[in-house]
Design a protein around this ligand. Structure first.
Ligand code: NAP
Length: 314
């Protein structure tokens, strides 16, 4: 007799789910590329545990379809897709996977930063289309990183890992966060940071306070010719205003996350050569993703056994 049903909303890399099966749980994995809302509502019925991805909105309606639900073990560090108040009110534990994805996400942040500053995607496109016919002193001029100021918004785990990497490239790091930290970088107000940074990189969680943190006014308060990088959450940025800012005010933008996400085909951001967009792959190192699955499973098992999970949110 299985101990209870665990719904996993996507297949996960590695062997972490075997641990749940070995522990006697009935593991139901949704194998599709995405899980339509109606299917999520049906499949969650009877579950005592849920491992959702960032694309599944886990709200009161989902929770009420599974009255026996005891734990939501997020396969992410961000938990903006879960209604935490609704979970708390129902006595459902919520966990996440902090730390393990810090380095991979910082790596991708630098990949986007370099791609935008040095116009890598435009260069690749130029070569592929057969336009590379001569070396020219003025071909695809970009931003020099040595001596540039990088403004980090949200100096947590990922923000600090990005700062370390930026130093290796000779960048000067400044930051803003809710609380100043004992770090060798100057703390600035957001307004001051925007006015003085050549590159602004976003690393806060998405919360009611940070939603559209980069609104029209703040995007245009960035230095003319500067760069915006967002590997945190799409909801931090006013997309429509960003499109406008990219048509003259900003040098470019590197986005791993968007609002809406995914962007519909043909979206104006896809038509701008100075926007480099990746499909939310910040943590997509194989080992990182396997470890995230192991940590989500560990959190789930602890919570189901009535023990304090290693990475609780609620
Ligand atoms: P973290 O360690 O909790 O860091 C978040 C930082 O944001 C903290 O330093 C916090 O400041 C700061 N912050 C919160 N609200 C703020 C506000 N209103 N203004 C300024 N700063 C604020 O989290 P993390 O592990 O670095 O992850 C950050 C986010 O990255 C996640 O929440 C997630 O959404 C996103 N992420 C994306 C990917 C991807 O695949 N693209 C992968 C991993 C994570 P205090 O320290 O002062 O409280």
């Amino acid at each position: 007799m299985p101990k209870g049903k665990i719904l996993v909303t996507r297949s996960l890399p590695g062997k972490a789910l075997d641990r749940l099966r070995e522990a006697g749980y009935q593991v139901e994995v949704h194998e599709g590329l995405f899980l339509p809302r109606e299917d999520l509502l049906k499949r969650v019925e009877g579950a005592i545990g849920l491992i959702p991805t960032v694309e599944d909105r886990i709200d009161a309606e989902v929770m009420d379809r599974a009255p026996g639900l005891k734990v939501i073990a997020c396969y992410s560090v961000g938990v903006d897709h879960v209604d935490l108040e609704a979970a708390k009110a129902r006595g459902i534990r919520v966990t996440h996977t902090p730390g393990v994805l810090t380095e991979a996400t910082a790596d991708l942040t630098l990949a986007l930063l370099l791609a935008v500053a040095r116009r890598v995607v435009e260069g690749v496109d130029h070569a592929r289309r057969g336009l590379w016919r001569a070396w020219h002193p003025e071909l695809l001029l970009g931003m020099d990183l040595q001596g540039a100021t990088l403004g980090i918004v949200g100096m947590g785990r990922i923000g600090q890992a990005v700062a370390k990497r930026a130093e290796a490239f000779g960048m000067r790091v400044v930051y803003t966060s809710r609380t100043p930290k004992p770090l060798p970088y100057p703390h600035r107000s957001l307004e001051e940071l925007l006015a003085t940074s050549d590159i602004v990189s976003l690393h806060t969680p998405l919360t009611p306070e940070t939603h559209r943190l980069m609104n029209r006014e703040r995007l245009f308060a960035m230095r003319p010719g500067s760069i915006l990088i967002n590997t945190a959450r799409g909801g931090l940025v006013d997309t429509e205003a960003l499109v406008e800012a990219l048509k003259g005010h900003l040098f470019g933008a590197g986005l791993d996350v968007t609002d809406p996400e995914p962007l519909p085909p043909g979206h104006p951001l896809y038509t701008l050569p100075n926007a480099v967009i990746t499909p939310h792959i910040g943590s997509a190192g194989r080992r990182t993703r396997e470890r995230m699955a192991e940590i989500a499973v560990e959190n789930l098992l602890f919570a189901l056994e009535g023990r304090e999970p290693p990475n609780p949110v609620v």
